[in-house]
Design a binder for this molecule. Structure first.
Ligand code: ZN
Length: 264
């Protein structure tokens, strides 16, 4: 049987995406009130029917009438691309930074430091950086979680850690590899988080050359959620971002926080 607390948490999470003109402010303000164990129990034994990066319930774009993009960067593990972050700060560009527990371990103190900058919003990028599956599906050779309980653990351990570090829980979640099954998407919502994908992959896992990264930003349609990485300072991502942003701002493009947008 579902507890009242579980139902309220599930409703709060669903409302964040299902309503058109999503009220992320309400999601931000909502008390967590979620019992993660109840969520795992309620979803145990469910069979998924879909797998991928663009399933219903995953945010990949937002509604805009102008030349606006929302930039997101994943901090999966390893290092911190300080030059890229300096570029964003220098140009006043807001960004949603998805932080994994492995990256927090490798960069102690940085998450709190980044969160203190009003330009940056911290999202949850998982605990072990694995795809969210209830059947053990994998993506890019990375094995996913094997059950509803493991999905909950992957989301909730890092959520609890980030809540402790930042004094409030992140609103947005992106899996390691950005892959989910449909049961996992439901679970993320029931935990009170909004699953986020992307509509433009700007750096292909931090493997693209600067010219390619810059072109990806400059060709992104208005309303795109753009994905790149902030954990590979040796990659072409930072130089590509540094080339694209001033050119785009001069051309009238605006970079906006994903929070507060009408998500789709
Ligand atoms: Zn990642």
């Amino acid at each position: 049987m579902l507890s009242r607390r579980f139902l309220l948490g599930a409703l709060a999470g669903s409302a964040a995406v299902l309503a058109s003109g999503v009220d992320v402010a309400a999601a931000l303000a909502a008390p967590s009130g979620v019992d993660a164990r109840d969520v795992a129990t309620a979803n145990a034994g469910r069979s998924p029917t879909q797998w991928g990066m663009t399933l219903p319930g995953i945010v990949t774009t937002f509604a805009t009438s102008g030349r606006q993009l929302a930039l997101t960067f994943d901090a999966c593990d390893r290092a911190c691309d300080d030059a890229l972050l300096d570029t964003l700060a220098h140009h006043g560009v807001p960004a949603l930074l998805f932080v994994c527990s492995k990256w927090i371990d490798a960069n102690p103190g940085r998450t709190e430091q980044l969160a203190a900058n009003p330009l940056f919003d911290i999202g949850n990028h998982g605990t072990r950086h694995v795809p969210l599956s209830v059947t053990g599906r994998s993506a890019y050779g990375i094995a996913g979680t094997h059950s509803a309980a493991e999905v909950v653990d992957e989301v909730w351990a890092n959520q609890t850690r980030l809540t402790s570090l930042l004094g409030k829980g992140p609103v947005f979640y992106r899996t390691g590899t950005a892959h989910y099954d449909d049961v996992a998407v439901d679970i993320v919502h029931q935990l009170g988080l909004v699953p986020v994908g992307f509509s433009v992959n700007a750096d292909n896992g931090a493997t693209s050359a600067p010219t390619s990264v810059s072109a990806a930003y400059q060709h992104a349609p208005a309303g795109s959620v753009v994905l790149a990485h902030v954990n590979h300072p040796e990659a072409g991502t930072g130089a590509g971002v540094a080339a694209a942003i001033p050119a785009m701002q001069s051309a009238g493009w605006e970079f906006v926080p994903l929070a507060g947008q009408r998500l789709a």
